[in-house]
Design a protein around this ligand. Structure first.
Ligand SMILES: *[C@@H]1O[C@H](CO)[C@@H](O)[C@H](O)[C@H]1NC(C)=O
Ligand SMILES: *[C@@H]1O[C@H](CO)[C@@H](O)[C@H](O)[C@H]1NC(C)=O
Ligand SMILES: *[C@@H]1O[C@H](CO)[C@@H](O)[C@H](O)[C@H]1NC(C)=O
Ligand SMILES: *[C@@H]1O[C@H](CO)[C@@H](O)[C@H](O)[C@H]1NC(C)=O
Ligand SMILES: *[C@@H]1O[C@H](CO)[C@@H](O)[C@H](O)[C@H]1NC(C)=O
Ligand SMILES: *[C@@H]1O[C@H](CO)[C@@H](O)[C@H](O)[C@H]1NC(C)=O
Ligand SMILES: *[C@@H]1O[C@H](CO)[C@@H](O)[C@H](O)[C@H]1NC(C)=O
Ligand SMILES: *[C@@H]1O[C@H](CO)[C@@H](O)[C@H](O)[C@H]1NC(C)=O
Ligand SMILES: *[C@@H]1O[C@H](CO)[C@@H](O)[C@H](O)[C@H]1NC(C)=O
Length: 856
């Protein structure tokens, strides 16, 4: 690694850590150029029908150093396509000024996908929603006179076309469309517009038609799609976004394939909210049902959610983590068993791919809620999906003279129309315990024992030259144009000596009204409270008795946005900021400060001086106090430290801080805010059966929405890392810690009645016993071996990974059998057969084998 300097798009020079990269040589896996066509069954690429199982990975939500690993981890799960939006406001920070560096290096990302031998779906938008600041549209565009977003509006269409064309031309120049031998097989224009279009009347209708025509006119040689759009022309494919798309029919079912652009395997979370949770059994069910019902392109949104670094999160209140409970977690580690269960599903579907795409389906009703869809082809191939969509009741069906047990809300896949090798409700994939292991921050200065936190404290209120002085209130977004989260509104009130409250104990009451999103209220430099808005658009009222003195009193309101709206009708007009201030309890009644003179200052002094950037650090005099100040508002903290040892992913523990922003070596880690979610509404266990919805299975109630903040490894150098924190309301920086993310336990449970797995099914020596036996499979991360078996029980063990317990039925040889097969191997498979276990044990229960292993 070396340090070099670079220029940010925002004008300042920063030092950036650059990982030494040799000249990248892009292999060209699919150099054949072919236009992508389609019919009602599938996309046709290079003359062949293709089944796309796709994974959304948004390039700016991780760092280029992580991209190859994320793409590889997706591919290992049986994914053959990567999907991403294009993030306009990251690429065009000023009109006509473009940025494609670092996390925004779109070409590099697409080439990594190409290198991995995968396809790409490029959702250009350029409106994207995506829980991304302002839905991805640059805020400056809102201030181009006469602009209304997402309707038949000249400036909007001009800028949208200019950016879309720029991206298309950039891809063409690099030969990245499949028609040029590149990986891009589909592009998307606009995003989920159908639901909003009616609110824009005829303008909306014209705009949708215009967008489609504008896109098609770019002649990419690959089809364009529009998702959740209901009036597209025939040359655009309409696609489905939902938790389920088996019943989706696109506008032109006789001419277009069935495409699912967003299957949500989890959900986003907002500061103050719980952790959403979608069970793997239900995700697998939805996917299997989609392919059962003629689907041919399915994308997980998200497969890796990643991180809303810096100020990129949408709002109000989107958390910095965009983990999404995706199959690959925020830190890049497979989330088990979700990742593995979907991998098993994908591999099973792949076995059927040729039959599915070239065969003809027949539907057979097997019961009130059970049915088979059977695909057969000319060469005698046969693949069947048997489903039971009843949300409570298991059933047993007869199919081709054999009897099959179908758990409620599940699909069994039979790649030979006989052998069940996958059932969506039966997880045989391994699970794991992943933990953040605390690492104390180590000072880089070896002469100091403890970390030295230097501080710079901002004054409450005005600093420098006012940005605006006016009577009353101006909208916050109209004032800051989103150059900062923060806007100071300040004024003063003169209190006469004869005010009665100066002598009696009845304090006057300050009342503040705001459109949102949150604020810190200061009177004479003292923090009075930190109101937070709720609902949409996150308005709040604040009222509190305050101390005033005779003479001049300063009222300073730090109002802030916490991510701008990312969707909604006319969302760009919502605005934010203070709308009213008054004080009750004067001799003359209530004084309404709303028409006083207010002085506005955009942003913080430290922000303005760039003291979080490596080249701006010394623009203020930092002070090294004998002890680091705690619970002090408006304080910048700076410390210099070593990287945590090893190469595991790193998170920063902000549990004991209030609210603010953080940077490492000038890179924006994001907003931090360990605000807790409500105590109520969570579930202990999630019943996967039945229709899923975002708050069906929330977890983590009463805990901070986000305690840990991802800092990419590549942002660290071994020593001399500068961590800068801006704390708004008060916290304890001495408790800030790093954690490294490690898998501390690996487990698997398989029951006797589970289907045989794909490996057994595919065995060449396939004896009947192998075909029908179930197997526990364990696999450590690359370069690690199974170093111990912490638990193994064949019988009726209970519990979950990390906490299994033996039941009253237990085969005493369990541990030694598993040790013999697994120890010192990277992966192993233990079959539930007579060879290993006493299969006749406790004959009247269905036995299972649970194993917990340690990898080192
Ligand atoms: C696309 O091209 C057609 C044919 O040249 C033209 O009529 C149409 O106006 C174009 N659409 C847009 C949005 O420019
Ligand atoms: C591929 O598509 C482009 C753009 O629509 C078109 O100009 C070209 O003729 C097509 N090529 C083939 C081989 O069909
Ligand atoms: C699937 O395709 C077949 C053959 O075209 C058709 O008969 C059947 O109705 C389709 N099923 C669904 C759910 O679209
Ligand atoms: C009411 O009292 C406040 C506080 O003493 C003073 O600033 C204000 O000028 C008074 N307003 C009127 C209309 O007298
Ligand atoms: C704030 O108070 C005003 C006036 O009392 C009221 O109209 C408004 O609905 C309140 N807003 C919120 C968010 O409570
Ligand atoms: C921002 O300013 C524009 C132009 O003056 C105005 O039309 C708009 O309503 C303002 N927005 C808000 C949220 O107040
Ligand atoms: C203060 O004055 C503003 C306009 O000048 C008005 O909208 C608001 O309702 C008043 N607030 C109170 C508490 O009287
Ligand atoms: C189960 O299905 C029934 C009948 O379709 C429906 O009324 C009920 O709401 C469903 N329950 C769940 C939990 O999905
Ligand atoms: C197992 O089955 C036997 C005989 O059928 C019965 O006596 C015994 O109670 C059963 N045990 C359990 C735990 O159900």
């Amino acid at each position: 690694m070396k340090i070099s300097s670079g220029t940010t798009p925002f004008g300042g020079r920063v030092l950036v850590v650059v990982v030494a990269v040799s000249v990248l040589v892009w292999s060209s896996f699919c150099s054949a150029a072919f236009n992508v066509s389609y019919d009602k069954r599938s996309l046709i690429i290079n003359g062949e029908r293709k089944l796309l199982i796709s994974a959304s990975i948004h390039y700016p939500r991780s760092v280029p150093e992580m991209w190859p690993g994320l793409i590889k981890t997706a591919k290992e799960a049986g994914i053959n396509t990567i999907e991403s939006y294009v993030f306009w406001n990251g690429h065009e920070p000023y009109p006509g000024y473009y940025y494609f560096g670092e996390r925004y290096d779109l070409v590099k990302f697409v080439k990594y996908v190409q290198d991995a031998g995968m396809y790409m779906i490029l959702r250009i938008g350029p409106f994207v929603a995506a829980e991304w600041n302002f839905g991805g549209v640059p805020v400056w565009l809102h201030y181009v006179p006469g602009t209304v977003f997402r309707t038949n509006d000249t400036p909007y269409e001009f800028h949208m076309k200019r950016f879309t064309t720029l991206i298309v031309n950039m891809m063409k120049k690099e030969k990245l469309f499949a028609s040029q031998g590149g990986p891009i097989v589909l592009s998307q224009v606009e995003n989920e517009y159908g639901g909003y279009e009616p609110a824009y009347g005829q303008g909306g209708k014209r705009y949708a038609q215009w967008a489609a025509s504008m896109a098609v006119n770019t002649s990419t040689g690959v089809p364009w799609i529009m998702c959740n759009q209901y009036d597209t022309p025939i040359d655009i494919i309409t696609t489905c976004n939902s938790f389920y798309c088996d019943n989706f029919n696109n506008l032109f079912p006789v001419a277009q394939p069935k495409i699912w652009t967003e299957n949500w395997p989890g959900w986003f979370k907002g500061f103050g909210g719980p952790e959403p949770h979608r069970p793997p059994e239900d995700i697998a069910f939805s996917v299997a049902r989609f392919f059962q019902k003629n689907g041919s392109v399915q994308n997980y949104y998200m497969f890796h959610g990643g991180t809303n670094f810096d100020r990129t999160s949408g709002g109000p209140f989107m958390a910095t983590s965009y983990d999404y409970q995706a199959p690959i977690d925020e830190y890049g580690i497979p989330r088990l068993p979700k990742w593995g269960h979907l991998k098993d599903l994908h591999e099973t579907i792949r076995l059927c791919e040729p039959i599915l795409l070239y065969g003809e389906p027949v539907n057979i009703q097997l019961g009130p809620n059970a049915e088979a869809d059977v695909f057969t082809d000319d060469s005698g191939g046969c693949c069947a999906f048997l489903s039971n969509v009843d949300n409570k009741t298991d059933t047993t069906v007869t199919f081709r003279q054999l009897s099959y047990h179908l758990p409620a809300w599940s699909v069994s896949i039979l790649p030979d129309c006989r052998t069940v090798i996958f059932n969506t409700a039966k997880i045989t994939a391994q699970s794991s315990v992943v933990e953040m292991l605390p690492q104390n921050l180590q000072p880089s200065d070896k002469n100091s024992k403890a970390l030295q936190w230097e501080v710079f404290v901002e004054k409450a209120g005005m600093w420098g030259v006012p940005d605006l002085i006016k009577f009353g209130f101006k909208d916050q977004l109209n004032t800051t144009k989103d150059t900062s989260d923060y806007l100071w509104y300040t004024t003063s009130i003169f209190v006469n000596e004869d005010e009665r409250f100066l002598r009696n104990r009845i304090q006057p009451v300050l009342f503040v009204e705001s459109k949102g999103h949150a604020g810190h209220i200061f009177v004479n430099g003292e923090l009075q409270g930190s109101p937070v808005g709720s609902g949409f658009p996150a308005a709040y009222n604040f009222s509190k008795p305050i101390d005033l003195k005779a003479g001049r009193n300063d009222i300073a309101l730090l109002s802030m946005t916490v991510g701008l709206q990312s969707a909604g009708n006319y969302y760009e007009w919502v605005g934010a900021g203070i709308t009213g201030v008054s004080i009750q309890g004067f001799n003359n009644g209530t004084v309404n400060l709303s028409d006083y003179t207010w002085t506005y200052k955009i942003g913080l002094e430290g922000e303005n001086l760039g003291i979080y950037r490596l080249d701006g650090l010394y623009n203020v005099n930092w002070f090294l106090p004998p002890e680091v100040p705690k619970n002090q508002p408006l304080t910048w903290y700076k410390a210099i430290m070593d990287a945590p040892p090893g190469d595991d992913p790193v998170g920063m523990d902000m549990l004991h801080m209030g609210k603010g922003r953080a940077w490492l070596n000038g890179q924006g880690i994001g907003r931090y805010w360990p605000i807790a979610s409500s105590l109520y509404g969570c579930v202990k266990e999630c019943d996967y059966r039945g229709t899923f919805f975002p708050n069906k299975c929330p977890m983590n109630c009463g805990e901070p929405t986000q305690r840990w903040y991802h800092i990419p490894r590549s942002w660290f150098k071994p020593t001399g890392n500068v961590l800068v924190i801006f704390e708004e309301k008060g916290g304890d920086p001495s408790k800030i810690n790093f954690g490294v993310r490690k898998t501390t336990a690996l487990c698997a449970t398989v029951s006797e009645d589970y289907p045989s797995n794909i490996q057994n099914y595919l065995r060449k020596d396939a004896s009947v016993s192998h075909k029908n036996s179930t197997t526990v499979r364990l696999k450590c991360p690359e370069n690690a071996l199974i170093s111990g078996i912490k638990f193994a029980s064949f019988g009726n063990p209970t519990g979950t990974c990390g906490a299994y317990y033996k039941g009253d039925c237990h085969d005493p040889s369990s541990i030694s059998v598993v040790e013999k097969v697994c120890l010192n191997k990277n992966d192993c498979a233990v079959e539930l057969t007579e060879k290993h276990f006493t299969m006749s044990l406790c004959p009247n229960i269905t036995k299972k084998l649970s194993v917990e292993a340690v990898c080192n």
